[in-house]
Design a binder for this molecule. Sequence first.
Ligand SMILES: [Zn+2]
Ligand SMILES: [Zn+2]
Length: 207
Amino acid sequence: MPRGVKKKTVAAKGVKRWASNKAPAPNLDIKVGDNVMVKSESPDEPSYVGQVDQIKKGDNGTKQLKLRWYYRPEDSSSGRQSWHGDRELFRSQVVDWNYIGCVECKCNVHDLEAYENLDTVTAVDFYSRFEYNATTGHFRPDVVPVYCYCEHPYNPDRDMVMCKHCKDWFHCDCVDFYPSMEGDFYCRSHACQEKKNELESPGEEDE
Ligand SMILES: [Zn+2]
Ligand SMILES: [Zn+2]
């Protein structure tokens, strides 16, 4: 498990809503570097995600792909944690050869920032912020910023609110303050700052 380190700022915004669960039609024009989804053996398991490392023609003339697999949090040795996002994948070093016929469709594995900046998240959008060593169970980076009183790493699926004074970010459900609520949010340490602002500029916004 990566250790946490307190960090002051985050470029985090609101939670992503998925636009559509419809995957685009399979596009089998596959190149090295593409990310692809591969149907899992068991029907109730989600598809596997891998990146094409190499392409070759097999003995029978069929194209084969060397895939570098992404792990879902639940498939890692430490399991899914509350701060793992629903679309989170860990990039692994595990590779193997697969027939091109097992590919369902292409997909996107973004870095966290690019994922955050998507206008809409489709069924084929994922993100990866960790490299996962499936042999040792270690993650890279092994230290990540943590936020809020709960001191958890950032989870893009959870709404956060920023303290107007210290600019630290907090989970809306940890501090019981939601974007729909009126007024500015001040964390526990700066709740008195809020009162001070009110006294200094009654009825005015303190910018
Ligand atoms: Zn929290
Ligand atoms: Zn504060």
